[in-house]
Write a protein that binds this ligand. Structure first.
Ligand SMILES: [Fe+2]
Ligand SMILES: [Fe+2]
Length: 196
């Protein structure tokens, strides 16, 4: 009999999302760096800014948040009564925060454009949007990792976990598969050098 090693991992298959968190957290640190540079009135290379915003929209929102909302949270409907009211409230907040995160990344995009076109007030808008993004997403990850995900893992059956792992992989294929993940990892490594 072959052992399914991944099934023995405590957070399986949510560890796939936790791995993605690690990459997004590296970018949140970069957004914090941008915030501190802006506060010190230092210039940020425009190309780095565009790459950062693109990561927040394409990787954090499309690749990561879609997996949570369309696969994990959706599956929780089968376990409505098993999750506490507090966890359901937290799920509602998490979905709102995904929307806010995307809105803030879009606002960063618009404000950077306006800044490049000469708007003086745009700098303040960039600072406001990066500050809110960092504050919201740090609390968001903490809520998912410390409370919501562990509560969800407890109520999932082995069959549901296996199906979810397969659904995560299927979704990844649609959005570019391993090549897309590698390319985003490369972009993050480049940004870490550019913004150091
Ligand atoms: Fe999330
Ligand atoms: Fe997440």
């Amino acid at each position: 009999m072959r052992l399914n090693l991944r099934a023995d991992v405590k957070m399986y298959p949510i560890e796939i999302l936790l791995d993605e968190h690690k990459l997004v957290e590296r970018v949140i640190k970069l957004v914090e760096k941008v915030r501190s540079k802006l506060k010190k009135k230092k210039e940020i290379p425009a190309t780095s800014f565009w790459k950062l915003v693109d990561f927040l929209r394409s990787y954090a929102d499309v690749i990561h948040h879609s997996k949570e909302e369309d696969i994990l949270f959706m599956q929780m409907r089968e376990h409505e009564a098993e999750l506490s009211e507090k966890v359901w409230d937290q799920i509602g907040v998490l979905i709102d925060e995904h929307i806010q995160g995307l809105d803030l990344a879009n606002e960063m995009h618009k404000a950077i454009r306006d800044y490049q076109r000469g708007s003086v007030s745009a700098r303040k808008r960039i600072l406001r949007s990066v500050t809110s993004y960092v504050d919201i997403m740090k609390a968001h990850f903490k809520s998912e990792e410390d409370e919501v995900f562990p509560a969800m893992v407890k109520v999932l059956s082995k069959a549901e976990k296996d199906k979810m792992a397969a659904d995560f992989k299927r979704f990844d294929k649609i959005v570019g598969g391993t090549a897309a993940h590698r390319s985003y990892e490369k972009i993050v490594a480049e940004l870490e050098k550019e913004l150091s």
